[in-house]
Structure formats: structure tokens, C-alpha cells
Write a protein that binds this ligand. Structure first.
Ligand code: T4K
Length: 398
């Protein structure tokens, strides 16, 4: 425990953790089961191209989410690109700026203009009222992002999409296993896209999937992810290589079997952070709706500098020195990254909430590698820093 200022690493003290504590440590299920599956696929000598593990993973995901089609892909970004193309999006698509840059890049990559929309202060998700204001004759769709496991207002977005005849796609990278109004995410809009990247709740090393209840769309995406092949030598569509490999699917199947354990561990950590930080003025832990299914994969803090006396950036810098590698997700917002910053230099004027939140929020380590004592120690540091904010601030400004 840090008792005096000199104990803090920024003042020359010993870092609180000898080993670095990362955000985004992968959830890994039963190692034995995974290795068995890897042996199976090696024995079969079937490594990719719609193999048996990929087919099984698609079936299992469809069951878990109660959705008609799951098309597994090589990663979430390619899955977004394929969904966007299969939906026929062109011109402009309305999208939040407060997200990982892949959400915007998947559009721009196909020369579709991402029109950045502000988020709601309560949910940090795209604001349906603001979406309505951004619709132009060139708009063909909306991409909502269920940020950090908290669903968008899918009903309001569906209403806006219907009234303007727009396609509605969800970037569901953070919400595998979560529900909205009792229905599993995966069933909203025209399609929803998951990422199964190593850092995600369900990981396949790298991977992703599009899920949909639309038969025709599903068929199109199946062709697109495999160069447009329909049987041997017969290409009937433009396509790319978006296929998931068998080893990724083996990881996915294994991790799916441990989903309940991952959730239980994440939930314990979430409750612990909430308890330990409850009385720290100016620090709010992002709250999840416990009446819905939730994966509790992210611990997000909002730092109110006017109250804490230290900024989010200063807190992240202090924690880094203590070997707690907290992250500024999602800073500075897509509109402040290239090429968007050059294309739309004044976009921030319409993105007041995004500008505000992207300077205040940060992500802390959680998952199965983070122990109860680690959380207590991280929270102790935060408390200590907030209660000694003026000295800490002075030191950081030297
Ligand atoms: N939409 C949204 C809303 C997304 O958040 C993402 C991805 C996508 C779309 C695109 O899906 P993918 O195409 O990625 O499937 C990371 C991830 O690379 C990215 O997948 C993720 N979002 C984003 C939020 O985070 P970086 O650049 O911050 O990654 P990096 O290398 O700094 O690692 C993040 C943390 O995870 C570090 O603390 C280290 C730790 N880590 C990472 C890996 C890969 C591990 O402990 N083990 C690992 O194997 O983007």
C-alpha cells in the first residue's frame, strides 16, 4: 500500500506491481480441450476453408444467440467490411466517432463517407436523435456500436432507419453474450458484427462473425468471404478472403464452453472495483444493467478532473509507472484520427459529448489473470492519488 508520496513510482518509489498488468488479457478456456482439438485438426489435415470446427462454431454461436445465421470470418474488421458491402451501403453512413477506429475504417476503406454522430451522455452510445439530424439524400445506412458491452437504443435506431429507408448495422465487437430487452444481441438491425480478437470476451486468437436473420444477406456474405466461389471453379460474385481458420474455430469452441466462468470472473472483478472505488470523489465506474445478460468484460472509469484534482491522462501516466497499463479507450475519437481529421477538421464542433468523454474515460485491467488483491492495490493507488492530487499534479508538471 502507498502510504506516503515517496512510495509512488513517479516520486521514485518501487512500482506496485513487479509484472505489468495489462488491459485486454485474453480469456482462455480449458487448455487440454484446446490441444485435443488442435490434434484433431492436424490429424484431419483440414486447416481452413469452411472446415468442421468452423461449421460447428457457427452452429453453436447461432444457438447461443438464438439467431438464424452466423458466418465466421477472419477478424471483426473484415466482417464489418463484408457486411457493409453485402448490405449495399454507399455514399454516407452515420456512425459514432467514439469507437475503435475499425468501425470508421471499414466504411472509408470502401470509399463510403463515415458521418460522425455524437453519443448519449448516459450510455456513451450513438444518439438516435442526433442520427436523424445527419440524414441526407446520400445516406444509405447507420452503424451503431454497442460500446463496452452496453447495448445501443436499438428500438429508436430501428425507427430512424425505417423512417428514412436506411440499412441498420451494428458493430457488436464488445457485446458477445449480452442482451437488450431480454433478446440476445445479434438479432437487431439487418446484421450484427462480432470481433473475436484476442482481447475480446470470446476470442478465437483473431476472428469475427456476422450474424443475421436475413437468409439472402447470409448467403451473399458466405460467398463474399470465400472469393465468391459457389462450388469448384464457379465464381458468381465479387469476394475476398474473409475465412476463419480451423485453429481459430477450435479456440472459439473451447472458449465458448467456459463462457459462464468468464462471466462469473468478470462480474466478481466488476463488483470489487465498484466497491473499492465507491467513495472516491470524481471517479465513476461504468455501470452495467444487471437485469440483462452482460459479459462485464470492461472496467471503464470516468474521471472528473474538477473533483479529483488529477486528469484522466495524469492518472493513466501514474498507473503506467506502477506497471498498471490502463488504456485511454477510445481516445481521441475517430474524427481526430487520420484520414478523418484532414477530411473533416471541424467535426468536433458537432461532437461535444464525444470530445468530453474521450478525455475522461479509461479502461482498467480485468479478466481471469487479475486477482482480488490486484484490484485492491490498483484502487488503493487511485484513492491515494486523488487524496494527494495537488502534490501529484505538481510533480507531473515538473
Ligand atoms: N469494432 C470495435 C468496437 C472494436 O473494439 C474492434 C477491435 C473492432 C471493431 C475490430 O475488430 P478486429 O478486427 O480487431 O477483430 C485492440 C485490439 O487489437 C482490437 O481488436 C480491439 N478492438 C481494440 C479495442 O483493442 P490495440 O491497438 O489497442 O491493441 P494492443 O496491441 O494495444 O493490445 C491491447 C491490450 O491487450 C494490451 O494491454 C495488451 C493486451 N493483449 C493483447 C493481445 C493481442 C494481450 O494481453 N494479449 C494479446 O494477445 O487494439
Amino acid at each position: 500500500m502507498k502510504k506516503k508520496l515517496d512510495d509512488l513510482a513517479i516520486f521514485g518509489g518501487v512500482p506496485a506491481f513487479r509484472e505489468k498488468l495489462h488491459v485486454g488479457r485474453p480469456n482462455i478456456g480449458d487448455r487440454g480441450r484446446l490441444l485435443e482439438r488442435i490434434n484433431d485438426l492436424l490429424d484431419r489435415r483440414w486447416l481452413t476453408n469452411d472446415g468442421p470446427f468452423v461449421q460447428e462454431l457457427e452452429r453453436r454461436i447461432s444457438e447461443v444467440l438464438a439467431v438464424k445465421h452466423c458466418i465466421a470470418m477472419s477478424n471483426g474488421t473484415v466482417a464489418l467490411e463484408i457486411a457493409i458491402r453485402a448490405l449495399g451501403l454507399t455514399g454516407e453512413v452515420i456512425v459514432p466517432s467514439f469507437t475503435f477506429v475499425a468501425t470508421a475504417h471499414a466504411l472509408q476503406w470502401q470509399e463510403i463517407t463515415p458521418v460522425f454522430c455524437d453519443v448519449e451522455p448516459q450510455t456513451f452510445n450513438i444518439d438516435p436523435n442526433r442520427v436523424e439530424e445527419l440524414v441526407t439524400p446520400r445516406t444509405t445506412g447507420i452503424t451503431g456500436v454497442h460500446l463496452w458491452g452496453r447495448p445501443c437504443d436499438a428500438e429508436a435506431l430501428t425507427a430512424v432507419a425505417c423512417s428514412h429507408n436506411l440499412k441498420l448495422l451494428f458493430d457488436a465487437a464488445h457485446v458477445f453474450g449480452c442482451s437488450y430487452k431480454g433478446r440476445m444481441i445479434g438479432n437487431f438491425g439487418n446484421a450484427e458484427v462480432f470481433s473475436f480478437h484476442a482481447t475480446k470476451f470470446l476470442n478465437t486468437f483473431e476472428g469475427g462473425a456476422v450474424v443475421t436473420n436475413d437468409d439472402e444477406l447470409a448467403e451473399k456474405m458466405r460467398l463474399m468471404k470465400n472469393f465468391g466461389f459457389s462450388g469448384y471453379d464457379n465464381v458468381i460474385y465479387i469476394g475476398t478472403n474473409g475465412k476463419m481458420s480451423e485453429v481459430s474455430a477450435a479456440m472459439g469452441l473451447t472458449n465458448l464452453e467456459s463462457m459462464d466462468d468468464f462471466i462469473a470472473g468478470n462480474y466478481r472483478n466488476y463488483k470489487q472495483y465498484q466497491k473499492d472505488l465507491a467513495d472516491v470523489p470524481g471517479i465513476d465506474v461504468l455501470v452495467y444493467d444487471e437485469t440483462e445478460k452482460c459479459n462485464f468484460q470492461y472496467i471503464i472509469l470516468e474521471v472528473d478532473e474538477a473533483v479529483t484534482g488529477v486528469s484522466r491522462d495524469q492518472l493513466v501516466a501514474i498507473l503506467m509507472e506502477e506497471n498498471v497499463l490502463a488504456r485511454r479507450y477510445f481516445y481521441p475519437g475517430c474524427h481526430r484520427m487520420e484520414p478523418y481529421r484532414s477530411y473533416f477538421p471541424h467535426a468536433g464542433l458537432l461532437l461535444a459529448e464525444t470530445e468530453r468523454l474521450s478525455k475522461r474515460v479509461m479502461s482498467l485491467p480485468t479478466g481471469s489473470t487479475v486477482k482480488f488483491e490486484d484490484i485492491s492495490r490498483i484502487c488503493e493507488i487511485i484513492k491515494f492519488v486523488v487524496s494527494n492530487s495537488s502534490e501529484v499534479r505538481k510533480k507531473l508538471q515538473q
